[in-house]
Design a protein around this ligand. Structure first.
Ligand code: PLP
Length: 352
């Protein structure tokens, strides 16, 4: 705290990302990164861009990347907004589209960046409790609001809603923007993107950090009615004209275009998730159903935080949240089969 800080900065409660340790090599299952490399086409595209062109600014509109997304989802370019990771896209959404005079609604157990952005942009919030089984009941969102946001599948629980439930909410809530954060959708849920044609207040956000294995490149996007996209462009162009650099634009474009590699990668994660869940259950863990590249699980006995620390001590990083309702749980990213084997053998020793 310093006397030079603005009153707003004094009140901020910044997001704390999962650990990215530098002290030793861990089996890293704590930040939902993908254990497989990005498509070789991504690396080739980035290599080809590594020329003296780097002295020139990139395309401020990243049209190449927007067109690849539009083609993939059968949309117009004007329905696509891109940003430096979906976190940046989310920030602009909070700034541009949620109304400050009524509460923004989101689940009490959800992506912990939402309350941070709400504070940064001075929005009132109302957190809606998940049901006791950690499912999301959208009927609880039928109340006055300045906007609604939730991940589908939800994080850190991994549970997914079907499109019928989402469409029901859109029909009943037409006065504010509804944002579906689909960071994990490719691992087993259904995207709401086809609904954007019919619901002008729907925005769907996706990232290339998970299913396209590009967390390090920082590329994300939002899809919605051109009027919503224009609002985001207005904020972006009042903040940073070039959020995506030349390497990110060509790399992200190649990732959207390599459908075969993407589909295989998602299938591998889903297959490893299925065996991991079975093995955890055999060890007595309670595991929530997951449509994501992670599982949310309660150890059979003892304390989740102790187990998290013991695993870390043995070179395996998972995520523990010291928060009401979920402190008994661990969130474990799905890695390769070999990584999960290491995790499971350590768990067997620790809880057995
Ligand atoms: C639900 C959710 N949304 C958005 C993000 C942000 O992803 P990125 O900024 O890497 O696109 C994450 C990252 O973990 C997430 O879990």
């Amino acid at each position: 705290m310093s006397q030079y800080w603005s009153p707003l900065v004094q009140q901020l409660d910044p997001y704390v990302p999962g650990e990215q340790p530098k002290d030793q090599r861990y089996v890293k299952l704590n930040t939902n990164e993908c254990p497989y490399p990005p498509s070789p086409r991504v690396l080739a595209a980035i290599q080809a861009e590594l020329t003296d062109k780097l002295r020139l600014y990139p395309d401020p509109n990243a049209d190449l990347f927007k067109d690849a997304i539009a083609e993939y989802y059968d949309l117009e370019r004007q329905q696509v907004f891109v940003g430096n990771g979906s976190d940046e896209v989310l920030a602009h959404i909070f700034h541009a589209l949620f109304k400050p005079n009524q509460p923004l609604l989101f689940p009490d157990i959800s992506y912990s960046f939402y309350p941070v952005y709400a504070k940064l942009y001075q929005l009132a919030v109302k957190q809606i409790p998940l049901s006791d089984d950690f499912s999301l009941d959208l009927s609880a969102y039928l109340q006055d609001n300045g906007g609604i946001i939730f991940p589908n599948p939800n994080a850190p629980t991994g549970s997914a809603l079907g499109l019928a439930a989402i469409e029901g909410l859109l029909q009943a809530n037409q006065q504010s923007v509804v944002v579906i954060d689909e960071a994990y959708v490719d691992f087993g849920a259904e995207t709401a993107i086809p609904l954007v044609k019919r619901y002008p207040n729907l925005l769907v956000v996706q990232t290339l950090s998970k299913s396209r294995s590009l967390a390090g490149l920082r590329a994300g996007f939002a899809v919605g009615h051109p009027d919503l996209i224009e609002a985001l462009e207005r904020v972006k162009n009042s903040f940073n004209s070039y959020p995506l650099d030349r390497l990110a634009i060509v790399g992200a474009t190649a990732a959207m275009q390599d459908q075969t590699y993407f589909a295989e990668l998602c299938q591998s994660i889903i297959k490893t998730r299925t065996t991991t869940i079975t093995r955890l259950q055999e060890l007595g863990f309670h595991v929530l159903p997951s449509a994501a590249n992670f599982v949310f699980t309660r150890p059979p006995a003892g304390n989740a935080e102790t187990l998290y620390l013991a695993l870390k001590d043995q070179g395996v990083l998972v995520r523990h949240f010291k928060k009401p309702r979920i402190q008994e749980y661990l969130r474990i990213t799905i890695g390769t089969d070999e990584e999960m084997q290491i995790l499971l053998s350590k768990l067997k020793f620790l809880v057995g």
